[in-house]
Design a protein around this ligand. Structure first.
Ligand code: FAD
Length: 468
């Protein structure tokens, strides 16, 4: 049995980053991954393929609908879906191959097989060819998550699908119902709407992106409606009849908050109601570790479980299920194991929806700040007053800065608009550095850039914005 200082189970952004940082810090490191490629959900069936599809579908949509306003006439626009999918797969292959190279570069031994804990120092790796054991002083659990199924609407991979299948339809469905208006549902709903499907998003709450600031959620809703997505808010799916019974389409039964029922017929249903930690066959019972009531592995601030030498990170523990949060935890736990400080600032983890417009936020919403006992000052700036947004032909959103009324410290920044995913980085840095709204307001921003909208929103906290 080979000995390691650190063994990581799961090769997603949490696990592979933890492995690289451990190796950098001089630890003999092993990584166990059950799938044939590294990169986990994020690289294989999550962050990366969705963004590739969003980019390609946006290009198709722009050529079909937006080129003309630039005076660019296109005789006819045709969709080659297999080429679009091949491009997506090429990007995934490129990036997952890159992670395999990083493992070699950092001298991390990769075991391809399913890992399970025999005891708190031994990992059993099972492959089709047999079994292998490895011993490690510290074991990091990073096995990620899996889509949640609705009991009356189980995934069948064809009609009722999870995000994984919705990344690879062989043609745009004529009609697609999306259950759940979170990031995954809105992004994949946008992809297929741009490629020609009739998309209806069903959301049990009264707004889309329920985690977001209410005003920004409304701005996003307006933007998505203009692209042709239909929404049924305050509505839940209560039943489904499959094509075997109806003869053609799936028939969903919907019920709104008033208790009124209606049916919705569609070719496919994407169920995007969230994900749950994936702990199958991990052998937690062998070391006396019990998941909490949400199926997560309980950890303390240093990501230690209650069993000495066993750590857990990423989607299997509390906190937002985001790749960059998993990565931060991977670095923190590796540094902690090497006797360093290792820390994650959960108050400054940005959250993004990559639709058009994009929604990005970091820190507290106005409502959360008030719930936490803060008196707040709020500055807003609309992209219609921003020159660069005008030149992009995309001036529909706004930036909102929430600052502490007593100290002026920025508590949260919320953006709906073009490239919000990139703009939020400045706000995140601001939160990390405990910036005041005045710090951002007095920082010179290049003109003309979208980032000037953040500066103006920060200026608006003291009602001294120039262009709004
Ligand atoms: P994972 O990435 O899930 O990796 C876990 C790995 O462990 C997998 O490779 C799995 O095969 C392996 N594994 C599991 N059990 C075992 C075992 N017993 N033995 C060996 N290996 C095992 N997040 C963002 O931040 N930005 C986005 O834009 C974004 N878009 C997304 C889009 C979609 C459609 C989806 C589904 C998710 C998206 N996410 C996004 C979420 C993001 O993918 C996850 O938060 C992230 O991948 C979690 O990382 P992880 O390392 O914890 O787990």
């Amino acid at each position: 049995m080979e000995n390691f200082d650190v063994a990581v189970i799961g090769g997603g952004p949490g696990g592979y980053v933890a492995a690289i940082r451990s190796a950098q810090l001089g630890k003999k490191t092993a990584l166990v991954e059950k799938d044939s490629t590294l990169g986990g959900t994020c690289l294989n069936v999550g962050c990366i393929p969705t963004k590739a599809l969003l980019e390609s579908s946006d290009a198709y949509h722009a050529a079909s609908h937006r080129f003309a306003e630039h005076g660019v006439q296109v005789a006819s626009v045709e969709l080659d879906l297999s080429k679009l999918m091949a491009r997506k797969q090429g990007i995934v292959t490129d990036l997952t191959g890159g992670i395999a190279m990083l493992m070699k570069k950092n001298k991390i031994k990769v075991f391809q097989g399913k890992g399970s804990l025999e005891d708190a120092r031994t990992v059993l790796v099972s492959t089709e060819d047999g079994e292998e054991r490895l011993h490690a002083e510290a074991i990091i659990l990073a096995t990620g998550s899996t889509p949640i199924e609705l009991p009356f609407l189980p995934f069948d991979g064809t009609h009722v699908v999870s995000s994984t299948e919705a990344l690879s339809f062989d043609k745009p469905p004529k009609s697609l119902a999306v259950v759940g208006a979170g990031a995954v549902g809105l992004e994949l709903g946008s992809v297929w709407a741009r490629l020609g499907s009739e998309v209806t998003v069903i959301e049990i709450f009264d707004r889309i992106a329920p985690f977001a600031d209410k005003q920004l959620s409304q701005a996003l809703l307006r933007g998505l409606k203009t692209q042709g997505l239909d929404f049924k808010l305050n509505t839940k799916v209560t039943g489904a009849e499959l094509p075997e019974t109806t003869g053609e389409n799936i028939r969903l039964t919907l019920e709104n908050a008033k208790g009124e029922s209606e049916t919705l017929a569609c070719e496919k249903v994407l169920v995007a109601v969230g994900r749950r930690p994936y702990l199958e066959g991990l052998g937690l019972e062998n070391i006396g570790l019990e998941p909490d009531d949400k199926g997560r592995i309980p950890v303390n601030d240093h990501l230690c479980t209650s069993v000495e030498g066993i750590y857990a990170i990423g989607d299997v523990v509390r906190g937002p299920m985001l790749a960059h949060k998993a990565e931060e935890e991977g670095i923190a736990v590796a540094e902690h194991l090497a006797g360093k400080a290792g820390h994650v600032n959960y108050d400054a983890i940005p959250n993004v929806i990559y639709t058009s417009p994009e929604l990005a936020q970091v820190g507290w919403t106005e409502a959360e700040a008030k719930e936490n006992g803060k008196t707040v000052k709020v500055g807003k700036f609309y992209f219609k007053g921003n020159g660069r947004a005008k030149t992009l032909g995309d001036d529909g959103g706004l930036v909102k800065v929430v600052a502490d009324a007593e100290t002026d410290r920025v508590l949260g920044v919320h953006i709906v608009g073009p490239h919000a995913s990139e703009l939020i980085a400045e706000a995140t840095l601001g939160l990390e550095f405990s910036a005041s709204s005045e710090d951002i307001a007095r920082t010179s921003h290049a003109h003309p850039t979208l980032s000037e909208a953040l500066k103006e929103a920060a200026m608006a906290v003291e009602k001294r914005q120039i262009h709004g």
